[in-house]
Design a protein around this ligand. Structure first.
Ligand code: UGA
Length: 457
């Protein structure tokens, strides 16, 4: 099928590349000529595992092209996908400027032609946006009514760093539609995928996307709140508490006597809070949306409020042990919001390092790929940090070591035999038993050992 995708961010480009890899003919549109030129040379503007190789393949086969002119690209298109950004504005509601501008331009094209064109929204928009604001914009710009053009909403569930494999092997595909012509288009578009497909109206599709992220974020904040209680009590390691919880078969079923260890358990790990471009923005947008409808959304508010202060639990935990942090040599390991990415948006490390600087600690920091982005995000305060490339040598001279991102390489900390350091493992990368030579602290463990250590039989 001939498809146009507007927007070449990580959603638009990954979707376009994967659809092209399944045999569709895709034109990706971006307003920035430099991005378009690079895509046509198979150079992706973002790093995503497997993207460059797949892009190379579809550019070479001629299944994907990039361009700057949406109107021209639409000439031959059987359908168009909107995948432009939806940032949050200062009130926490989502900013539809780019989505609506794109809908308007598509509407202007629909006005000129006498054929049915399905318009699919892939950008994350709050429930009720596609069938109101976006529909209205297309109707106004085209002078036509829904039915003369098609309208759908097809949310993405792509994790950064795993976006290509998440697109190629999805758990399910949600086909939000407002008319039968669009449903038929979406079914044909995703015919190469054998997973379960759920056809629903567009506002249900939109709420599925938000609910998915909101529930994962809720789990994280709930576990973090319990962890903070455990640290306040002392004599408990919340990790032992969670091990008891993970053995409930509703979280972790067993098949033929073997635990399945489902991926959901990776969202029940006590830590210094969630970040990234999705969880914080989506929970905030859902909360603001409820507010506009007169619903207080108390749960979403609490999820955000726990997450907002969670990075500071690291500082509070350290202060209880160290006392004054002024002048302490603190090494922060990990700046990205999660491993396998150079993205630092809403990263807990931004808050942790800012607080350490506020306390006049001597801060050094390491990340395998995110230093440049981090320095830009922190701004002038970044001058107060020493970025190190050899974290193992830096660890030897630091007094306090904080693991803020779960990069696997930091697990080598347990092999360095460093004596007398304070190690605050804010992501539960290590086991305290592996660091007998250090003072181990974590979210949910204030360092006061229990008399009766965990024994599993
Ligand atoms: C998330 C969702 O997982 C995707 O399904 C969704 O498509 C995407 O948002 C989106 O809306 O586009 P992503 O933001 O890439 O994907 O990151 P995750 O791997 O889910 O992690 C999010 C954050 O939660 C990270 O900061 C991570 O460190 C944190 N986290 C995760 C915790 O703080 N505790 C945990 O137990 C697990």
């Amino acid at each position: 099928m001939r498809i146009v995708i507007a927007g070449t961010g990580y959603v638009g480009l990954v979707s376009g590349t994967c659809l092209a890899a399944k045999g569709h003919n895709v034109i990706c549109i971006d307003i920035k000529p430099s991005i378009v030129a690079n895509i046509n040379k198979a150079i992706p503007p973002i790093y995503e595992e497997g993207l460059e190789a797949l892009l190379q393949q579809v550019i070479t086969s001629g299944h994907l092209k990039a361009g700057v002119d949406l109107q021209v690209a639409l000439t031959d298109a059987e359908g168009v996908i909107i995948a432009v950004g939806t940032p949050n504005n200062t009130q926490g509601t989502i900013d539809l400027t780019y989505v609506l501008a794109c809908a308007r331009e598509i509407g202007a094209y629909i006005k000129k032609v006498d054929r049915f064109l399905p318009v699919i929204v892939k950008s994350t928009v709050v429930p009720g946006t596609t069938d109101t604001a976006i529909k209205n914009e297309i109707e106004q710009a085209s002078g036509k009514k829904l039915g003369q053009f098609g309208l759908g909403m097809n949310p993405e569930f792509l994790r950064e760093g795993k976006a290509v494999s998440d697109f190629m092997e999805p758990d399910r595909i949600v086909l939000g539609y407002e008319d039968e012509g669009t449903l038929a288009f979406l079914q044909a578009l995703y015919a190469p995928w054998g997973c379960e497909k759920l056809a629903v109206n567009t506002r249900t599709a939109e709420l599925i996307k938000y609910t998915n992220n909101a529930l994962l974020a809720t789990q994280i904040s709930a576990v973090n709140e319990i962890a903070n209680l455990a640290a306040a009590m002392g004599g408990i390691d919340v990790q032992d508490v969670m091990r008891g919880v993970y053995l409930d078969k509703r979280w972790n079923p067993s098949i033929d006597g073997q635990r399945v260890n489902p991926e959901i358990l990776a969202y029940l790990v006590p830590g210094c809070g969630f970040g990234g471009s999705c969880f914080p923005k989506d929970v905030q947008a859902l909360h603001a949306h409820g507010d506009q409808l007169g619903l207080p959304m108390a749960m979403m508010k609490a999820v955000l409020s726990v997450n907002d202060t969670q990075p500071l639990e690291v500082i509070a935990g350290l202060k209880k042990v160290v006392g004054d942090l002024a002048g302490q040599r603190c090494l922060v390991l990990g700046l990205a919001f999660k491993p396998e990415t150079d993205d630092v948006r809403e990263s807990a490390s931004l808050r942790i390092i800012s607080a350490l600087l506020d306390h006049k600690a001597q801060v050094s920091a390491h990340d395998p790929v995110a230093v440049k982005n981090f320095a830009t995000a922190l701004g002038p305060r970044s001058n107060g940090i020493t970025y190190v490339s050899d974290w193992k040598s830096a660890a030897a001279t630091a007094e306090v070591i904080i693991i803020a991102t779960k990069w696997p390489e930091y697990s080598a900390l347990s092999t360095l035999g460093l004596q007398g350091k304070i190690i605050f493992d804010a992501r539960r990368l290590l086991k305290k038993e592996d660091l007998p030579f250090a003072r181990y602290l974590s979210i949910g463990y204030n360092g006061h050992a229990t008399r009766s250590p965990l024994k599993v039989r």
